[in-house]
Design a protein around this ligand. Structure first.
Ligand code: AMP
Length: 401
């Protein structure tokens, strides 16, 4: 799949609208605690500026629910952008109002304007035609570099693309990299290829599991989702997270793995706790011996050793979903250990965004991975085999190639 390439566009003297994903985490004082998403967009922004054009940046930030709420202002992002770009960045007071329109009109080559939070406009998440058109009217060129929201048909992601022809829209470098990385991974992975799939529920990862099965050599299961599989196999899982309505589906997945010759690994022991609480009494038990009413909140030490063996000889690792309730220190050990094994391996290592990227970053191993995706939901949809609504309008047709 080829996307319209930013390098094929004539940008000189143009106004370039770049949809970014600046939805960064902040602390209670509004300080940015992790600016990876901003840093990831810098190469596209600088490339455009080097072509002697002006740049309009747009992003959502938090959930202001379609109304102006200065708690969700992009002002902290503006400050960080100025530091990273080493130039002045103007921030408009609104998205498509008088101030934004005036600032966009007056923008000169080499200047950067950041529009206020796109979600101050109710039409953004509704993919409003009117909002799409107004945003499009500010610029000559449209670039999508917001991988993290490309699975959403929102005005600045999907609707806006209809106002630009193939010579005036493209994917930014970040979006290109994310899409190409996942495409190569799914089509031509170096083998053996293992997928580590964790997280809370089977339902959240069901489509991804089904799509991955024919492509991988091994699957390692962790997190809350493991208990639905274990229950299907007849284990007494106590009060652990389970989806009873998916027991049959879990059985089908294991059966399909067997038929395809995919090695399917489940935890052999867990850290079980009396209740879902960071301070709860807890102990390591085999999956045969989970006490009545207790819940498994992490994989246990024997599982960690088993999974290390499984990871030993692989060439490609795809990891999506934590092995336990990593937000609570007591139940984070399984995920931490697995993160170290993945980072230490000589394989190509790909980490899905969201929780998994968050935990890898907390441990400080992000630089050790081959690729860390910037989008949790978006990368999951790619693993499910879907084409993202924000990417589809940027795919070159056979006639374009
Ligand atoms: P997901 O959004 O489906 O990737 O799930 C991530 C969440 O799963 C994290 O917030 C973890 O705390 C949670 N999780 C992982 N393992 C368990 C478990 N054994 N029981 C309950 N929640 C879990």
């Amino acid at each position: 799949m080829q996307l319209y390439n930013i390098k094929d566009l004539e940008l000189k003297n143009k106004k370039v609208f770049i949809r970014c994903d600046f939805n960064v985490p902040t602390d209670e004082y509004n300080n940015i605690t992790d600016d990876r998403r901003i840093r990831s967009a810098i190469s596209t922004i600088n490339y455009c500026l080097d072509q002697e054009c002006s740049v309009i940046l747009a992003s959502h930030f938090g959930r202001p629910d379609g109304a102006i709420d200065m708690k969700y202002s992009l002002a902290p992002v503006q400050r960080r952008l100025q530091l990273l770009l080493k130039r002045d960045v103007k921030l408009s007071k609104d998205v498509i109002g008088e101030d934004a329109t005036k600032k966009a009109n007056e923008l000169q080559n080499g200047e950067v304007l950041l529009l206020e939070n796109l979600r101050f406009e109710a039409g953004e998440t509704k993919n409003s035609q009117e909002l799409s058109e107004k945003l499009a009217s500010m610029a000559d060129i449209y670039i999508n570099d917001a991988f993290g929201v490309s699975h959403r048909a929102h005005a600045s992601v999907e609707g806006i693309t209809h106002f630009f022809d193939e010579n005036s829209k493209a994917a930014g470098f970040l979006l290109q990299k994310e899409i190409q990385f996942f495409a190569t991974l799914m089509k031509k992975p170096a083998r053996p290829f293992v997928a580590i799939v964790g997280g809370s529920k089977v339902s959240g990862k069901l489509e991804a599991l089904v799509n991955l099965l024919p492509k991988v050599d091994k699957i390692i299961i962790g997190g809350g989702m493991a208990f639905t599989f274990l229950k299907k196999l007849g284990y007494d899982i106590g009060a652990s997270l389970v989806e009873d309505d998916l027991l049959d589906e879990a059985g089908r997945i294991m059966e399909q793995a067997r038929k395809l010759g995919v090695k399917f690994y489940l935890p052999v022991d867990v850290i079980a706790a009396e209740k879902f609480d960071a301070e709860a009494v807890s102990k390591a038990v085999t999956v045969q011996e989970i006490p009545d009413g207790w819940m498994g909140l992490d994989i246990g030490p024997a599982t960690v050793r088993l999974y290390r063996e499984v990871l030993n000889n692989v060439q490609t690792v795809l990891w999506n979903g934590p092995m336990g309730v990593y937000e609570m220190e007591r139940f984070s050990r399984g995920s931490t250990k697995i993160a170290h094994y993945v980072a230490d391996s000589y394989a190509t290592t790909v980490v899905g965004g969201g929780d998994t990227a968050d935990l890898v970053q907390r441990i400080g191993l992000d630089e050790e991975m081959t690729f860390m995706s910037t989008g949790g939901g978006a990368s999951l949809e790619l693993l499910e085999g879907k084409t993202l609504p924000g990417v589809e309008p940027l795919v070159k047709s056979a006639d374009d190639e």
